[in-house]
Design a protein around this ligand. Structure first.
Ligand SMILES: Nc1ncnc2c1ncn2[C@@H]1O[C@H](COP(=O)(O)OP(=O)(O)O)[C@@H](O)[C@H]1O
Ligand SMILES: [Mg+2]
Length: 259
């Protein structure tokens, strides 16, 4: 069974179509990187797969569960959303935030017991944050908050993990550590991963597919997509330039922000 099958999917809001003709499969051994300019529909695509918003047409199968956006299997996907810094006075500790990752799997208002706390401590330790467990979530650094959100996703033992711009707003050293961790989750834990990013380079040795989205167009393929300049122009605009230096790709355009 494939974790995700997207079939002739059209994504958008109400009458506004953002992109259509989206077909791809996230297989068990996949690390898929999604790239595209700002406003292209990357977050919309992730939210559609997760069932947070319905597709305009077509369907997404999650872990073999057919079609409907209410499919309960979607709880089996861990999601690290694209959020800014949480305010300093946000009234929850790291432990509270991580435990909230269990709520979709529990009866509403049922008690959190010792076992759940142990699970949370394990997920927090996995992300290297054991010393911060009782700290106010808002007082953690940007990178630590993102790690905390990964711990929150991991506590439910996800069958796949989605990351939406995980390293944006994180300082260079922390971002590099964080990417290593993401890659480890795929390589060591065997969790299939889908990740939205503006910097594909760190993932090149590990990625299995690239999905490029922009201006209503979507294509899925290997690294060769980044050599198809005509296609990239149709997605990013005429001003896009791509440099390939020692196996790394640099997309140069005024149309999007880096990382
Ligand atoms: N809730 C919404 N209702 C209507 N339009 C939206 C909504 N959220 C995002 N959009 C629009 O959808 C387009 C794609 O947004 P998004 O998926 O966030 O892009 P990306 O993640 O690639 O930057 C943008 O034009 C954005 O303004
Ligand atoms: Mg986005």
């Amino acid at each position: 069974m494939q974790p995700i099958v997207a079939n002739d999917l059209t994504i958008g809001y109400g009458k506004k179509t953002i992109a259509s003709g989206i077909n791809f499969v996230l297989e068990k051994n996949d690390l898929i990187v999604i790239i595209g300019p700002n406003g292209a529909g990357k977050t919309t695509l992730i939210k559609t797969i997760l069932g947070i918003i319905p597709p305009l047409s077509g369907y997404v199968e999650v872990l073999g569960c057919p079609a409907k956006h209410v499919c309960p299997h979607r709880k089996r996907i861990g999601y690290v959303p694209q959020i800014g810094r949480v305010p300093k006075d946000f009234p929850a500790t790291l432990l509270d935030v991580v435990l909230s990752g269990l709520y979709p799997h529990k009866e509403r208002f049922s008690k959190i017991g010792k076992e759940e706390k142990l699970l949370a401590m394990r997920a927090i330790s996995e992300m290297g944050l054991s010393k911060k467990i009782n700290e106010q979530f808002g007082k953690l650094s940007g990178g630590q908050q993102k790690r905390g959100l990964v711990a929150r996703a991991l506590i439910g033992h996800p069958d796949a993990l989605f990351f939406d711009e995980p390293t944006s707003g994180v300082d260079v050293a922390a971002a590099s550590d964080f990417r290593k961790k993401i890659i480890e989750l795929k390589e060591k834990e065997g969790i299939p991963i889908l990740i939205v990013t503006h910097d594909v380079n760190p993932y090149i040795p590990y990625l299995t597919k690239i999905l490029v989205i922009g201006r209503g167009k979507v294509r899925v393929g290997g690294i060769e997509l980044l050599r198809d300049i005509e296609f990239l122009k149709s997605v990013y605009g005429e001003s896009i330039k791509v440099l390939e230096i020692e196996g790394k790709f640099y997309l140069l355009s005024g149309d999007f922000h880096d990382v």
